[in-house]
Structure formats: C-alpha cells, structure tokens
Design a protein around this ligand. Structure first.
Ligand SMILES: *[C@@H]1O[C@H](CO)[C@@H](O)[C@H](O)[C@H]1NC(C)=O
Ligand SMILES: *[C@@H]1O[C@H](CO)[C@@H](O)[C@H](O)[C@H]1NC(C)=O
Ligand SMILES: *[C@@H]1O[C@H](CO)[C@@H](O)[C@H](O)[C@H]1NC(C)=O
Ligand SMILES: *[C@@H]1O[C@H](CO)[C@@H](O)[C@H](O)[C@H]1NC(C)=O
Ligand SMILES: *[C@@H]1O[C@H](CO)[C@@H](O)[C@H](O)[C@H]1NC(C)=O
Ligand SMILES: *[C@@H]1O[C@H](CO)[C@@H](O)[C@H](O)[C@H]1NC(C)=O
Ligand SMILES: *[C@@H]1O[C@H](CO)[C@@H](O)[C@H](O)[C@H]1NC(C)=O
Ligand SMILES: *[C@@H]1O[C@H](CO)[C@@H](O)[C@H](O)[C@H]1NC(C)=O
Ligand SMILES: *[C@@H]1O[C@H](CO)[C@@H](O)[C@H](O)[C@H]1NC(C)=O
Ligand SMILES: *[C@@H]1O[C@H](CO)[C@@H](O)[C@H](O)[C@H]1NC(C)=O
Ligand SMILES: *[C@@H]1O[C@H](CO)[C@@H](O)[C@H](O)[C@H]1NC(C)=O
Ligand SMILES: *[C@@H]1O[C@H](CO)[C@@H](O)[C@H](O)[C@H]1NC(C)=O
Length: 586
C-alpha cells in the first residue's frame, strides 16, 4: 500500500518536476510552449500583450459573472427581493419561498415578475453591480482580460411579439430589447479606456445548453431543448451568432475573443450536435471576421477530457468528424491553422464527493496534473485557457448548487435534490461564513490553492480566467473579497507558497508530502490522496447538479494521462524526491 501510494505520488509530482536546485521543485519547462508555438498560438494576444516577457502574452483574466446573466448565488439579494415581492403581491408565501423555489433562476424570475417589473429590477441591477470603477480596478490589479457572459435573450427584439433577429419568433419570459447590449457596449468602452481585452461569452442558449441556473434556466432532471429537433433552438442560435458577430467583430479593438457557447453539457446533449453547432458557428464567424485582427474563436470543451478537440478545427484532420456529418471543409470555411481556435476548460474541485474529500495535497496535485495534461496533450493543437476556476475548496457557498439546494460537503445536497450518494458527508459547512471567521488553516489552504492554480496555469497553459470578480457572500468565489482578506496574491504573481516564477517552494512540498504520508495513521487517508493524483477534468461547474450526472468512474479518457508521467521521469528528480519523501517517512 505504501509503495503504491508512493509511486503514484511520485508520478504526480514528477509530471511537472525538474529540479532547479536542491530546495526548489520547479514546474516543467518555462511556459510549456516552444518559441515557435508561442508566437503562433497566442494569436491575437501577441499584439495586445506588448512585451517580450514570456508571461506578458498569457491571458490573466477575470469574469464579470452574475452581471448581464444573473446567478442566484452571486446576488442572492436580487433573488430574495424578487421572491419577497411576489410573496407580498400574491399573498402567497407558500408558493414564493426559497424552499419551494418558485423563483430559481433568471427565467423563472422574469416569468413570475412579468416583463415590466423584471426589466425594472434588472436595469437597477445592471446599473449597480458593475460600473467603470470596476474596470479601472481590474486593470490596476494586473488583469489583462475581462470575460463578459451574456445570454441569448440580450438579442430579443420585442417581448410582446417574441421577436428575435431574422424574423424568428421564440417565446420566453426573459428581458431583452437591447437592455443588456447597452451595458455590454458601455463595458467595452470602459475596457478600451483602461486597456483591457474583452472576451464575449454567450453564456445562455435557447432551451439551455446545460440545465445549470447560470444558463438562465435550471433544469436538473429533464431533457434540454438546446439543439433539439422541433424546438427552433438551433435556428435561433444561428441567428444569434450572426447578430453577435455582425455587431461585435469589427466594433472594437478591445474584443479579442468570442466564446460561442459556455459549458454545453455533453452528457445531456449529443456531442456531435455540439460539434456540428461549433462548426456552424465557425462558418458564420469566419465569414465575418477581420482577418487582420485575429479575433480568437473560443470553444468550451463541453466537459470532454483534455485533448478531445485536438483533431477538430484542424485542417489536417478534416476527416475526423465526417462520419457524423459535421466534418468541415477547410476550403469553404477557411481555417488557416488549428491555433486559430482556442479551447476553454473550466476546472473546479468542489462538485463531486470525491473531490470534496480530497486532502490539500491531492487537490494541488489535481491542479498540477491538469495543467500538465494541457501542456502535454493539447497546446500543440490548440491554445487552451483555464477559463474558469476559483478559490473554493468546499461547495458550501449559499445557493451555489441552486436556490434551495444544499451542499454535497455536508450532505444537504442529497436531501434537497433527487440525487443520491453512497459517500458520507465530508464535514460541517463553514466557508459560507465571512472570511474573517475562517481559521488560519482554512485561509492557508485557500490561498495555497489559488496560488497553485495561478502558478500552474500561467506556466502550463495559454492563461487563466478567475471566476469571479465579485459576489455578495460567496467568499471563495469572490476575487474582490479574497484579495481584501489577503488570500489572493497582489500583484498577481506575488506568491507566498511558490517562487515568483511559479516554482513550488520546498517548505510547501514538504508540508504537502507530510500530508500525503500521515504515516502515524493507518486509517487509509494516505491511500486516498495517492489515488487522487490523476487529472480530474470532469470537475464540472454544476452549480445545480451536474455532479449527479458526472460521477466518479465516468471520467472516460482520463487514463490517457497516465503514460506521459513516465516520459517525464528524470534520475535527478527521482533522487531529489526520494530524499524528500524518505525524510518524511523516517
Ligand atoms: C414585503 O412585505 C414585507 C412586510 O410588509 C415588507 O417588510 C417588505 O419590504 C416587502 N418586500 C418587498 C420586496 O416588497
Ligand atoms: C411547499 O408548498 C406546499 C404547498 O404547495 C406547502 O404545503 C409546503 O409547506 C411548502 N414547503 C415549504 C418548506 O415551505
Ligand atoms: C461605482 O460604484 C461604486 C459603489 O458600488 C462607487 O463607489 C463608485 O463611485 C462608482 N463608480 C462610478 C464611476 O460611478
Ligand atoms: C413590439 O411590438 C408591438 C406590436 O407590434 C409594438 O406595439 C411595440 O411598439 C413593439 N415594441 C418594441 C420595443 O419594438
Ligand atoms: C430552421 O431553418 C431552416 C432553414 O432556414 C428551415 O428549413 C427550418 O424549417 C427551420 N426550423 C425551424 C424549427 O424553424
Ligand atoms: C469586418 O471587417 C473585415 C475586414 O474589413 C470584413 O471582411 C468583414 O466582413 C467585417 N465584418 C463585419 C461583420 O462587418
Ligand atoms: C481589421 O483589423 C485591423 C487590425 O486590427 C484594423 O486595423 C482594421 O481597422 C480592422 N478593420 C475593420 C473593418 O475593423
Ligand atoms: C495576426 O496574426 C498574424 C499572423 O500571426 C500576424 O502577422 C499579425 O500581426 C496579427 N495581427 C494582429 C492585429 O495582431
Ligand atoms: C484522417 O486523416 C489522417 C491524416 O490524413 C489519418 O491519419 C487518419 O487515419 C484519418 N482518419 C480517418 C478517420 O479517416
Ligand atoms: C470543399 O469546398 C470547396 C469549395 O466550396 C469545393 O470545391 C470542394 O470540392 C469541397 N471539398 C470537399 C471534400 O467537400
Ligand atoms: C479550521 O476550520 C476547518 C473547517 O471548519 C476545520 O476542519 C479545521 O479543523 C479547523 N482547523 C483548526 C486548526 O482549527
Ligand atoms: C507581496 O505581498 C506581501 C504580502 O503577502 C506584501 O507585503 C508585499 O508588499 C507584496 N509585494 C509587492 C511588490 O506588492
């Protein structure tokens, strides 16, 4: 048991380790890219991050989540207000309470309130939640990119006729009629003013692309309508893409990327439909892009493993999706190079029981191995960012999993949903309390976790985008409050637990090793951490239940990570680690 544990841990460490001195364990390579790849891969970023510094053209981003697409856990006040308003005006406090959850997402909020009231409340929210000062602060803090989620309903033209672009009629309760686009346009102007780059992110699709409340429409248990025959959602999506590209591709030099769909969930929507839709989007995009501007076409990985998209959007492999009818013809939809298409991965460690049960060691190794898998398996095909990640090591933030839904961490999730588990709760929820009430151990773990992600993703990927700029009370997800509490490096590379170059400091390695080998205990926690060294790319941001779908064991393709560990072994590193681990064990 000890030997197996030891080997798997060594494998995990070595995957990113080449020793640079006796006291430092360094991430492998400098950036994970060859100089040639570097200049091609970065596409637009080359010209925007004007410096010869290797880190200068990495994405260092932040998302303005919960603004133009609202999310209950980011602004519970807005949702409580709407619920109270309905309870008062209908005198029905049974229907409108957070347990019976009549208002659980933006869709049901608009439905309950009616168009005018919803419009009124949302306009106040758009005004109050983000303003120019936020952009100024984001730039001052050293970020170079802002990701802005927006829902398809921003393109609704008339709510009384349900008119969408191109004469399409689609009935939904959302507020639109240009309201969000006015704020989006302000945001783009602020980004220009403060020298920030912008990624537009289509975060909500008609019919919902994942059933998460952050798509606008929470749908835990039923089929989703996005791309489903007879629903009109595919046609509407194409019309939305055309409008979005027409309006924004040449509108501002600040816009460096367009993410055509956030988190389509391939366990619920056929992956070939998603792939087809991505190619459709590319066709529309490439017909409208400014070839000289190199705007990045961004696809989310659809919760497929690292490397899944390598041969798609790759002119050398136009045959791979042909059997499914989605193969694209590079002479009719010109793709000069597979590096024009960037893959966006989202990585969280809190939406499955097994991740929540992780030790700090196992958690950091997950990050390091995940970063490594991107560098090793993907970057030669497509640039790739970790476009969502957070400081969360529990899922305890209020409503994180949905209005009225509890946490997996303390087991309340399984009492408030139809999902079941065989695992015991990990503990009592704690991190929903203000950071000032956290103990030093918890604070250390959160900061270390954040630094590990910053260091790893900076070194091993095209860059990263933290989720989220701010929240009301979801502290582990809130850059602004984490920073205030000293749990986020300021400046962004001012690490405590890592070298300024991202190298892991020896005392961290040592403390993690001792955590991995609590040799005084025989209760098996060490084997737990040992088995957690594999990359868990399926850690979906299921703010509302994808972990019920994405279970342990459904991580197809992850085992493909195993072979490359051995390729990176070096005698020096083995010797170094051997000494370190021996010291811990003796
Ligand atoms: C609902 O009614 C209560 C009690 O009258 C009042 O305190 C509260 O402000 C009302 N809330 C809203 C949103 O109108
Ligand atoms: C939910 O609504 C039902 C009636 O529809 C009511 O009997 C029940 O008490 C409500 N539950 C809660 C927790 O408010
Ligand atoms: C933005 O809002 C904050 C309060 O949320 C306020 O302090 C600041 O002055 C506002 N900035 C601008 C430019 O209006
Ligand atoms: C929506 O359509 C109705 C009916 O044709 C029209 O009266 C109204 O002015 C339109 N509203 C907008 C915002 O265009
Ligand atoms: C979608 O568009 C196609 C082509 O324009 C049309 O033939 C089809 O009927 C439309 N489907 C729906 C559901 O509107
Ligand atoms: C953007 O500009 C390019 C280059 O001038 C042009 O080819 C393209 O059609 C324009 N796209 C849109 C949507 O206007
Ligand atoms: C296309 O991009 C180039 C380079 O960024 C820019 O100079 C030019 O104005 C753009 N053209 C249009 C039509 O936006
Ligand atoms: C677009 O990419 C090409 C090829 O990499 C590069 O030569 C050009 O400078 C880039 N244009 C901009 C505006 O970054
Ligand atoms: C697609 O083409 C590549 C290279 O041309 C080839 O190696 C591969 O076997 C082909 N795949 C299929 C499914 O035909
Ligand atoms: C690809 O498109 C071009 C131009 O439309 C056409 O000439 C060619 O035959 C197509 N190739 C395939 C394999 O469909
Ligand atoms: C700190 O808080 C966490 C979470 O409640 C708890 O598990 C841990 O035992 C506490 N540590 C100390 C040293 O108090
Ligand atoms: C780095 O952070 C430490 C606190 O963790 C702070 O004292 C120091 O001033 C920071 N360095 C810079 C250059 O801001």
């Amino acid at each position: 048991m000890q030997l197996n544990t030891l080997l798997s841990v060594i494998g995990g460490v070595l995957a990113v380790s080449t020793p640079s001195s006796a006291t430092i364990i360094a991430p492998k390579g400098d950036t994970g890219l060859t100089p040639a790849q570097h200049s091609i891969l970065q596409k637009r970023f080359d010209s925007y991050y004007a410096s010869n510094n290797a880190n200068a053209n990495k994405v260092r981003g932040i998302t303005l989540g919960g603004w133009l697409v609202t999310e209950p856990y980011i602004t519970p006040t807005l949702y409580n207000y709407a619920t109270q308003l309905m309870a008062n005006s209908t005198h029905n406090t049974k229907r409108y309470n957070v347990f019976n959850s009549s208002i659980i997402d933006e869709y049901t909020m608009c439905q309950a309130l009616g168009y005018e009231t919803a419009e009124n409340i949302l306009a106040q929210h758009y005004d109050g939640w983000i303003n120019e000062t936020d952009f100024q602060q984001i730039a001052e803090d050293g970020f170079n990119l802002v990701r802005i989620p927006v829902g398809y309903w921003a393109w609704k033209q008339n709510h009384s006729t349900n008119a969408y672009p191109e004469g399409i009629t689609f009935k939904d309760p959302y507020v639109g009629e240009g309201l969000q686009l006015r704020y989006l346009n302000k945001a783009i102007a602020w980004a220009e003013k403060y020298g920030l780059n912008v990624w537009l992110d289509l975060h909500g699709a008609p019919g919902s692309q994942n059933g998460f409340d952050n798509s606008g429409q929470r749908n835990f248990y039923d089929d989703l309508d996005w791309l489903r025959d007879g629903t009109g959602t595919w046609n509407l999506t194409l019309a939305i893409w055309r409008s979005m590209f027409d309006e924004y591709l040449n509108s501002s030099s600040a816009i460096v990327g367009v993410e055509v769909m956030n988190e389509p969930l391939s366990t619920k929507i056929d992956i070939w439909d998603i792939t087809q839709a991505y190619y459709d989007a590319w066709r529309l995009f490439s017909a409208r892009e400014n070839r000289t501007a190199n705007t990045t076409f961004v696809i989310h990985d659809a919760f497929e493993g690292t490397g899944h998209w390598n041969l798609e959007f790759n002119p050398k492999y136009t045959n791979v999706s042909a059997p499914h009818g989605v193969g694209f013809n590079s002479s009719s939809y010109p793709l000069r190079d597979s590096h024009q298409v960037l893959v966006d991965h989202h990585h969280y460690e809190v939406f499955t029981d097994w991740q929540l049960a992780n030790t700090q060691y196992g958690r950091l190794m997950d990050i390091v191995n995940f970063g490594d898998s991107i560098a090793e398996q993907e970057l030669q095909y497509h640039p790739a960012v970790v476009g969502e990640w957070s400081g969360a090591i529990t899922d305890c933030a209020h409503w994180l999993n949905g209005v009225g839904v509890g946490a997996r961490y303390d087991g309340s999730y399984y009492k408030t949903t139809e999902y079941t588990t065989d695992d015991k709760p990990v503990g009592t929820c704690y991190s929903q309390n203000p950071i000032s009430q956290w103990n030093d151990t918890y604070k250390r773990d959160v900061r270390q976790f954040i630094e590990a992600q910053l260091a790893t993703y900076t070194a091993q990927t095209t860059g990263w985008i933290f989720w989220n700029w701010k929240t009301e009370t979801a502290y582990e997800w809130d850059y602004t409050q984490l920073k205030k509490a000293g749990l986020f490096p300021v400046p962004l590379d001012n690490y405590t637990y890592f070298g300024s170059d991202g190298k892991m400091l020896a005392d961290v390695s040592a403390s993690l090793s001792s955590e991995a080998y609590p040799y005084t205990s025989t209760k098996g926690s060490s084997s737990g951490s040992g088995t957690n060294t594999k990359t868990k790319t399926k850690s979906t941001k299921s703010h509302n239940g994808a972990a019920g779908i994405v279970r342990r064991g459904s991580t197809a393709g992850l085992d493909a990570n195993a072979p490359f560990y051995s390729q990176t072994l070096s005698f020096v590193t083995v010797a170094l680690l051997g000494g370190l681990i021996a010291a811990q064990l003796l």
